[in-house]
Design a binder for this molecule. Structure first.
Ligand SMILES: [Zn+2]
Length: 347
């Protein structure tokens, strides 16, 4: 899968007006897309596991589209089709992407095209960065200072380190082309590694890089969407969910034993993240930074209003002035004290 990236470049921007004008051309490109992304491979890349075989190439498993408790999701890998006996939905890989990512058909196609080109590279880069973490004491020391102190948390978040100056060589040696690396944003126009001295967190279709050096911009993403809510699958099943804005906040809460936590990577939620929060009745604890200028509180107020309009209970957590959830724990706060903040959170 890793060696060729047929879609990089031109196809990403293929206009969907082509659907009306040149039906057959588009049909062909969709068929091609479906051939290149077998449904089973896509499902497994999104953590789906078959529970039992029905017949050769046909499997049952838990439905990733609804809260399923006994396998009702049928996958036919000969025909590349799925059907769920629980929620009654079915179709091909594009239909699955529409439902899973909660987007419309053209966005699902664009998502799959991007994924097909970039995903193998991102996987490879993330693997490389994880190996580097263990080789660079300064990165481990930084994590320690930010309250990420257990290997279990590092493994759970799949945290890596980009020292800079060696990813390009590694990936090209594996057969990835330089234009492909540039397209994914891993390498700059001048051919240098884009991430240098950064802690790296793999996201859905992206990599977040936090700089260790104070002179560089602290936060960086690769081009493209930051994806949905972080680790949403894990948090989704809880009736009460804690929403934070940064991955180090997420890591600190996780390490303190809060597993009903998710992260929006900023205080502005994209449409998909908002829909995810609203996908079932639940209480959301908005735990944005308590900045001096009040921007975190303002964002929380605005978001709670929108959530309430959708029937979701929203509570704004007040952290001590100047703190974010990460600094709260790093400066000695404990789980019991954080629980108290949750209890005191106002509607
Ligand atoms: Zn289902």
């Amino acid at each position: 899968m890793g060696a060729h990236h047929p879609c990089l470049g031109s196809q990403r921007g293929l206009p969907y007006s082509a659907r009306r004008g040149k039906k057959s051309v588009n049909r062909q490109s969709l068929d091609e897309l479906k051939q290149q992304i077998p449904l089973m491979g896509y499902l497994q890349a999104h953590d789906w596991q078959p529970a039992r075989p029905l017949s050769p190439g046909r499997w049952m498993g838990l439905c990733p589209l609804h809260g399923d408790h006994q396998p009702s999701f049928l996958v036919d890998s000969n025909k590349d089709l799925f059907y769920c006996y629980g929620c009654g939905r079915g179709g091909d890989v594009i239909r699955f992407a529409e439902l899973y990512h909660q987007v419309k058909f053209p966005q699902a196609v664009a998502w799959l095209r991007h994924w097909r080109g970039v995903e193998p590279l991102l996987q490879e880069a993330a693997r490389f960065y994880r190996i580097q973490l263990h080789r660079h004491g300064e990165a481990v020391a930084y994590l320690y200072q930010r309250g990420v102190r257990s290997w279990a948390t590092i493994e759970h978040l799949r945290i890596g380190y980009a020292p800079g100056g060696c990813l390009r060589g590694w990936l090209t040696q594996l057969g990835h082309s330089l234009p492909a690396l540039r397209q994914a944003g891993l390498v700059t126009g001048l051919g240098y590694d884009a991430y240098v001295h950064r802690i790296v967190f793999p996201l859905e279709g992206n990599l977040y890089g936090r700089s260790l050096s104070p002179s560089a911009p602290p936060h960086r993403f690769l081009p493209g969407s930051k994806g949905g809510l972080y680790a949403w699958k894990q948090a989704q099943s809880y009736p009460e969910v804690i929403l934070v804005e940064g991955l180090f906040d997420y890591a600190a809460l996780w390490e303190a034993g809060f597993h009903n936590v998710t992260c929006s990577l900023g205080t502005h939620l994209n449409a998909r993240q908002f829909r995810q929060l609203c996908d079932a009745p639940r209480t959301v604890y908005l735990t944005f930074d308590a900045d001096g200028n009040g921007s975190g509180q303002q964002a929380a107020q605005c978001l709670s209003r929108r959530l309430r309009e959708r029937g979701i209970t929203a509570r704004a957590v007040s952290l001590p002035e100047g703190h974010d959830p990460n600094s709260f724990f790093v400066s000695g706060g404990n789980a019991a004290e954080f629980h108290r903040l949750l209890e005191e959170a106002c509607l």
